[in-house]
Design a protein around this ligand. Structure first.
Ligand code: GSH
Length: 274
């Protein structure tokens, strides 16, 4: 990929950090055996902030031992609106990736975490079976997460933590829906070790959101199969590394009340920008 193209793909906000921050393996997890890049191959750029949607991709990259660099997109500062980021992720949401070695050996950018997981699964042949029946099962649970568990847990979190006052109906609606979804998952995991056959991108997609949902419901008591699954997956070294990626960025922001206030102003009440 030409140099100028690469810099085009980078959000301007990330320029403050001069270069993409290289991926750092967190201390407790064992380093991954990196897949050897082809001579001259460039790492995948991961546009990222440490949230459940971001973790899906850092976990998949770690699981596949793909070389990558993380480019922070500080969504609390509005870096998701930088024109250069919007060029690769027009929905002003992270995660997104740029793979310099895309189809035909040419760069490709991908936004939407489900599409990224499927792309990486097809690229590597890992965690996304080629057999059509097995793939349909993975897609079912992946889309279940994308359309259900993720958005509903996100809304429940909003009404529990950011917009409590006067919103009893909304809070109950979303917290109940998360409860229903956890019940569906618990049922599924009753007879299955993972959501769709072997450990797959569907499990990776759901895991971070189950961490969030576990703060809303007592999953140990009500959904023991979900809890056992969450813990088993959480112990995978690649999951530990993917989950830890950029944690310090978020902690820095969480410890700064001014940054918190600014972040709410940017994240809430968004409307179309002409
Ligand atoms: N459907 C998208 C959702 C991504 C998403 O909601 N990302 C959030 C962080 S978890 C974000 O970038 N928010 C920025 C904003 O709200 O402006 C995906 O799965 O990739």
């Amino acid at each position: 990929m030409a140099k100028s193209k690469k810099s085009k793909a980078k959000p301007a906000g990330a320029k403050k950090a001069a270069k993409p921050a290289p991926r750092k393996a967190p201390a407790p997890a064992k380093p991954a055996a990196k897949a050897l890049p082809k001579p001259g191959a460039r790492p995948i750029e991961l546009y990222y902030w440490p949230t459940p949607n971001g973790w899906k991709i850092s976990i998949m990259l770690e699981e596949c031992a793909l070389p990558y660099v993380m480019v922070p997109v500080n969504i609390g500062k509005g870096e998701q609106f930088e024109p250069e980021f919007l060029r690769i992720a027009p929905n002003n949401r992270m995660p997104a990736i740029v793979d310099p070695g895309g189809p035909g050996g040419k760069p490709i950018s991908v936004f939407e975490s489900g599409a990224i997981l499927q792309y990486l699964g097809r690229k590597t042949g890992k965690f996304y079976p080629a057999d059509e029946r097995a793939r349909v099962a993975v897609d079912e649970w992946l889309f279940w997460q994308m359309a259900g568990l993720g958005p509903m847990t996100g809304q429940a979190n909003h009404f529990l933590n950011y917009a409590k006052d006067g919103n009893d109906y909304a809070r109950k609606r979303y917290v109940d829906e998360v409860h229903r979804l956890l019940g569906v998952m618990n049922q599924r995991l009753g007879g299955n070790e993972y959501l769709a056959g072997d450990y797959s991108i569907a499990d990776m997609a759901c895991w971070g959101w189950v961490i969030g949902a576990s703060r809303m419901h007592d999953i140990g008591r009500e959904f023991p199969n979900v809890k056992a699954w969450r813990e088993k997956i959480g112990k995978r070294p690649a999951v530990e590394r993917g989950f830890a990626l950029g944690r310090e960025l978020r902690e820095r922001q969480n410890n700064d009340p001014k940054a918190q206030e600014e972040s709410r102003r940017i994240l809430f009440g968004q409307r179309a920008r002409a």
